[in-house]
Design a protein around this ligand. Structure first.
Ligand code: GP9
Ligand code: MN
Length: 400
């Protein structure tokens, strides 16, 4: 059975695209700073409320970045940790629980290991929560991280923390010393925290007025997203001041939705839209921004997901992925018909979306014949099953 699965994986790898663009290796040898934007959905990007932008810094950054405007949240019950897992491994999360918690003793062909091998990178994570949360301490060892700077490395006081821990502005601030001491090149992951349900923030940290919908959770969300944006602005300022900006490629991604379906009516109200299944699906989009200093901005609207981040970043770093056992597609060359697969069984291509047993045309927004979606559903079923087999059978131990 394990052998069958391996053959299937090999077959799968063989049909992967081997195309390269002019950007292959454009960021070769650069430091990589990757930022997990807690609970950040894409609808906040380029949006104003009462004339105030929700994400003024990101809106500016996007103009000088690759902005992937159609990226879906593929995380499952493992939330932040599922997104981290996808970014590092290009595999799907499990149907239940978090891979970080369930499979920390597996062998993985993770980004830190690949980068160590290909470019002698140092890999670290910065995060203000306890080391044990999501079993990160153990899993980061497994994934090949050299250091994990967690709550115990920060000066956390009641003034500088809220909700889950240290607020994002002091978090970035206090991370600078350790970051500047890393041996280069490095792969440094920053996991932000303040924009987390139930989106609490003191008045003095609010850089925008709360929204004015009937759903308080949504109203507060606007203020915590705006705070996150401010923390990013300050972080980039510090990096520039300390000469740590130029030689780095930045990857920013929303880790998963922030507003669950229970509170989504507030978002529909804010956006002036109906509560339709297709609108719900579109709200599952998260931002993905790749910023290379000096590179011109570009909007890339290929539908993709978090599982694709790894292949895309490796392309820019000039590291081939066609021989890797992973499901992510390089978004710079991805075939738009290749479906985006959500763990709940939804499937999305540039033209179609399959949700709740119905097939929709994205253009007409109408329900169309189910057979239009059938081939994509089939691919989704196969890939999720294979991904689960790889994880639950610890199959990557054979490829070491
Ligand atoms: C906690 C942070 C948030 O460390 O990752 O957790 P979440 O609930 O979003 O997975
Ligand atoms: Mn999260």
């Amino acid at each position: 059975d394990e052998k069958d699965a391996r053959e299937l994986v090999d077959e799968f790898i063989q049909d992967k695209q081997k195309e390269r663009t002019d950007l292959f290796g454009a960021a070769k040898g650069k430091n990589v700073v990757i930022i997990s934007l807690e609970s950040t959905q894409n609808f906040v990007i380029n949006r104003s409320i009462n004339g105030e932008e929700i994400t003024p810094f990101l809106n500016d950054l996007i103009k000088e970045s690759f902005y992937f405007s159609t990226i879906y949240d593929q995380a499952a019950q493992g939330k932040t940790s599922d997104a981290e897992f996808m970014v590092d491994n290009g595999l799907y999360p499990l149907p239940s629980g978090s891979v970080f918690v369930r499979r920390p003793e597996n062998t993985f062909d993770s980004l830190p290991k690949i980068l160590k091998e290909e470019g002698n990178y140092t890999s670290v994570t910065f995060h203000g929560n306890d080391r044990e949360f999501w079993n990160r301490e153990q899993m980061y060892n497994t994934l090949g991280y050299d250091h994990y700077f967690s709550k115990r490395n920060y000066n956390v006081t009641s003034e500088n923390s809220i909700n889950y821990g240290i607020k994002d502005i002091p978090f970035f601030n206090q991370s600078m010393d350790e970051l500047s001491n890393l041996s280069e090149p490095y792969y440094a992951k920053f996991i932000t925290l303040t924009n987390h349900f139930p989106f609490l923030l003191e008045k003095e940290d609010q850089f925008i007025e709360p929204a004015n919908t009937e759903v308080d959770v949504v109203n507060r969300y606007i203020t915590t997203v705006r705070y996150l944006d401010e923390s990013l602005k300050q972080f980039f300022q510090l990096l520039k001041e300390q000469g740590m900006y130029e030689d780095t490629i930045f990857v920013l991604y929303g880790d998963h939705y922030g507003i669950s379906q229970k509170y989504e009516s507030g978002v529909h109200e804010l956006l002036g839209q109906e509560a339709t299944p297709l609108n719900h699906l579109e709200l599952q989009q998260v931002p993905l921004i790749i910023h290379m200093p000096g590179e011109e901005g570009k909007v890339i609207d290929t539908a993709g997901g978090q599982v694709d981040i790894r292949a895309t970043v490796l392309h820019l770093l000039g590291i081939a992925t066609d021989d890797k056992m992973a499901f992510g597609r390089d978004l710079l060359v991805k075939n738009p018909d290749d479906p985006v697969i959500i763990r709940d069984g939804s499937v999305i291509t540039n033209d179609y979306a399959y949700i709740d047993n119905l097939c929709y045309s994205k253009k007409s927004k109408e329900v169309v014949a189910r057979k239009k979606c059938l081939q994509y559903q089939e691919i989704a079923r196969e890939r999720l099953e294979l991904s689960d087999q790889i994880i639950l059978g610890d199959l990557l131990r054979f490829s070491e």
